[in-house]
Design a protein around this ligand. Structure first.
Ligand code: AMP
Ligand code: ZN
Length: 467
């Protein structure tokens, strides 16, 4: 398998630190709102990377954090007049619901920054002791970038250029820096903000130290893959490397993977441009599977443009795949012959499986992998009919299921229920209640629930919503 490594800017053969195992850390979202569809890209992409490693027989230890202390969270908490923790917990729960809708496998561990403060204090102390960090008069602790010779190796930046760049930017409260390129490990609390005690001042950690510490605790000092969106290359991941390698005296991650950005109608997504969508909003219009399928239609490192037209074509593409499954399922039920017939063979499908694997082995090229699935759909549609053997249709279905499963595409079609059908069932339930046939009324309620329809009996009558 080949993986593009941001460190070397090349595709490299994937050789795990420990045979058969992958230790992987993905920087998770900052939780101050519903996640937007840009945040969903790394979530979907790296879940797919994990699934493919598993398909290839690796045991994957997949860690992804939530950044639950941050200026944006504190700002939102102040606006609402609640504790920061209320905001972060709320949006962690909402994010988990979105992840479920996107069929993302739960991580092996999901650490929260605020629960790992002790580990951060220890690493900061170690860095100070070794001369890699220092505390300024006001209690802010900075990383001494000059002390880490390889600073800039991930983003391919040169420390001197960075120093002159940073010299122009004066950040209030950061006057105690020895060098303009130094960055914060610990900062003093401000009025009304959450804080933790430390040897330097009451305060909170800088963002970068959180991931260095959580990755070490849950995966060890050296890991195979560290991943996130390309905006994290600098400064976040560059700083993580400096902290972790200075503290542990070992290379941190072997492979650094970064997804390209998601734009909307060819523009950068931003709230001020009014082209900003949360996953939840998209979920009101589409099955979130369509969003997942759309995200995987491009190579993960390419920029990806989101538009209504492209979503529609993803919806149609997915529909084509699901229809092929429906056909195979119904042929399976009605097949008259059990065993492979002479005209049926595994060969053509196996070739497409190899094509799919070659695409995924080549730095997770999901775009080409999806083309192989479409070819398989075509093969299936053109080589099966009422005469097909049960063995052949099962073989095709299971093969397609396996390949779609790696992409996290569920192959059971969700039964759609129309508003009119719902209304009719509610009416039948009302009648059953009038007739005092409560068993039937409950049965109807249960049937609706199975289809994701929740009923609420109110004074104004029965209300319903899609769960
Ligand atoms: P944040 O909550 O800003 O820390 O972002 C969480 C993750 O989403 C990071 O890996 C970001 O790189 C990624 N991300 C944010 N915006 C986009 C976008 N428009 N396209 C792709 N990835 C993004
Ligand atoms: Zn991180």
């Amino acid at each position: 398998m080949k993986v593009f490594n941001t460190l070397s800017r090349q595709k490299e053969e994937f050789i795990p630190l420990e045979p058969g195992k992958v230790k992987m850390y993905v920087c998770g979202p900052t939780v101050y709102n519903f996640i937007h569809i840009g945040n969903a890209r790394p979530i979907i992409v790296f879940d797919t990377v994990r699934r493919y490693f598993e398909y290839r027989g690796f045991e994957v230890n997949f860690v992804s954090n939530f950044t639950d202390i941050d200026d944006k969270i504190i700002k939102k908490a102040m606006e609402e007049g609640v504790e920061a923790e209320i905001i972060s917990r709320r949006y962690i729960e909402e994010c988990k619901k979105d992840m479920e809708g996107l069929n993302v496998k739960p991580a092996t561990s999901t650490p929260l920054a605020t629960e790992e403060i002790d580990g951060m204090l220890i690493m900061i102390q170690e860095l100070i002791r070794a001369g890699h960090a220092y505390a300024a008069k006001d209690g802010t602790v900075y990383f001494r970038t000059k002390s880490f010779e390889e600073y800039g190796k991930l983003s391919h930046k040169n420390l001197e250029d960075l120093q002159s760049g940073f010299r122009e930017i004066k950040v209030t409260g950061e006057e105690g820096k020895e060098d303009p390129a130094d960055f914060v490990l610990w900062k003093p609390k401000k009025e009304g903000e959450p804080y933790w005690e430390s040897p330097w001042c009451d305060g909170r950690p800088g963002w970068h130290i959180e991931c260095s510490v959580m990755s070490k605790k849950y995966l060890g000092e050296q890991i195979d893959i560290h991943a996130g969106g390309e905006d994290l290359i600098f400064p976040h991941h560059e700083n993580e490397i400096a902290q972790s390698e200075a503290a542990n005296g070992k290379d941190f991650a072997k492979y650094w993977m970064h997804n390209g950005f998601l734009n909307i109608d060819n523009k950068k997504m931003s709230k001020s441009l009014g082209n900003f969508f949360t996953v939840r909003e998209i979920g009101e219009k589409y099955d979130l599977q369509v969003l997942r399928f759309f995200m995987l239609s491009a190579h993960y490192r390419s920029p990806l443009n989101f538009s209504a037209d492209l979503m529609e074509s993803s919806k149609n593409g997915l529909e084509r795949i699901l229809n092929a499954f429906d056909k195979l399922r119904s042929l399976e039920a009605s097949a008259k012959t059990e065993k492979f017939r002479d005209c049926e063979s595994r060969e053509a499908a196996e070739e497409l499986v190899s094509k799919y694997e070659a695409a995924m082995d080549d730095d997770f090229n999901t775009a080409d992998a999806i083309s192989a699935i479409f070819e398989l759909v075509k093969l299936s549609n053109s080589t099966t009919n009422e005469e097909s053997s049960r063995e052949y249709v099962i073989y095709l279905r299971e093969t397609m299921e396996r390949l779609c499963g790696v992409l996290g595409i569920l192959t059971e079609k969700k039964e759609e229920i129309l508003d009119e059908e719902i209304e009719a069932m509610i009416e039948a339930r009302q009648q059953a209640r009038k007739d005092k046939n409560f068993a039937l009324a409950d049965e109807i309620r249960g049937k609706l629930l199975e289809k994701g329809i929740v009923l609420e009996d109110t004074r104004e009558g029965v209300k319903w919503k899609r769960a």
